[in-house]
Design a protein around this ligand. Structure first.
Ligand SMILES: [Zn+2]
Length: 289
């Protein structure tokens, strides 16, 4: 499966700020990571607690993988890229290496380096991105793949499995609120029965993915996604749909998209999706037991 890359919504209090030049009152110190924007810090902290409850240490070693002041991003960028008006830059240009714009010049990426955002454009400079240390070890990547979206994080580049960023701005995800209110057990402490009691967390997440994919397809087809209510832990954001469907442009109609999604995600949900897409668009359906 490709990584989920959702559109990022930037928190309102970053609107008039400078990338890499955030005031300290917008940042929070986060264990083992460094500093993050306060909303990203909340989401990351809740996600880390949930991961620990599952025996996964998300970031065990290196602080400094989060917010980066402009100077730090520039240092990293200059290590990995060379300007077009340098000898090495000219050689890299001939080799058709990838390039980025910075200070009005093309900068070419040196071999055996990871991609870096141009200084002033990185989500690390907004305090929204985290580089997960040794993401392939300790069960971190599989755990993130299952849970990151629930906590408001998604990836940014297919080539960077370690780099996730918080995308939900002020719309704090329910999983974050649950951990904040009830600890890593999430909603176990509540007395009110929840809508999704019949679904496993994994199925709830898959249903959420499918719903969002559907919304994107329906909008293209001129159907108001608001006319569908699948019930359960559904996010109203449509960002996911655009991403998931982006790779499937040849698929024109929502039902085909939904079926393709379901095949990838969860066979058990096929029936639910058919109901949702059929004549009973307003029918409230429940997740499978
Ligand atoms: Zn990164």
């Amino acid at each position: 499966m490709p990584l989920l890359i959702l559109d990022l919504v930037r928190p309102d209090d970053l609107q008039s700020r400078t990338n890499g030049g955030l005031p300290t009152d917008l940042l929070r110190q986060v264990k083992d990571v460094g500093q993050l924007h306060h909303l990203a810090a909340r989401a990351w902290t809740a996600m880390r607690i949930a991961a620990e409850a599952d025996g996964v240490q998300l970031n065990p070693r290196f602080p400094g993988n989060a917010y980066r002041p402009f100077e730090q991003q520039e240092r990293i960028f200059r290590e990995r890229y060379r300007a077009e008006d340098t000898d090495e830059g000219r050689r890299l240009r001939v080799q058709r290496r990838p390039h980025k714009m910075f200070q009005g010049k093309r900068w070419y990426q040196r071999p055996n380096t990871a991609e870096a955002a141009s200084p002033g454009s990185s989500n690390h400079g907004w305090g929204l991105a985290v580089d997960v240390d040794s993401v392939e070890l300790g069960g971190r990547f599989p755990w993130l793949e299952r849970n990151a979206v629930r906590f408001g994080f998604s990836w940014e580049l297919q080539s960077e499995r370690w780099h996730v960023r918080y995308v939900r701005a002020e719309e704090v995800p329910r999983a974050v609120l649950d951990v904040e209110a009830n600890g890593p057990g999430g909603d176990d402490g509540g007395t009110e029965p929840k809508e999704d009691d019949e679904m496993t967390p994994d199925q709830a997440r898959k249903l959420e993915l499918i719903y969002n994919a559907l919304c994107g397809g329906l909008e293209r087809g001129g159907i108001d996604p608001g006319s569908i209510d699948l019930g359960g832990p559904i996010l109203t954001t449509h960002h996911l749909a655009h991403l998931l469907i982006a790779g499937q442009d040849r698929v024109a109609d929502p039902q085909t998209i939904a079926e393709a999604m379901v095949e990838q995600l969860d066979q058990e949900l096929v029936t639910e999706i058919h109901v949702a897409l059929g004549s009973e668009l307003n029918k409230r359906t429940r997740g499978p037991r």
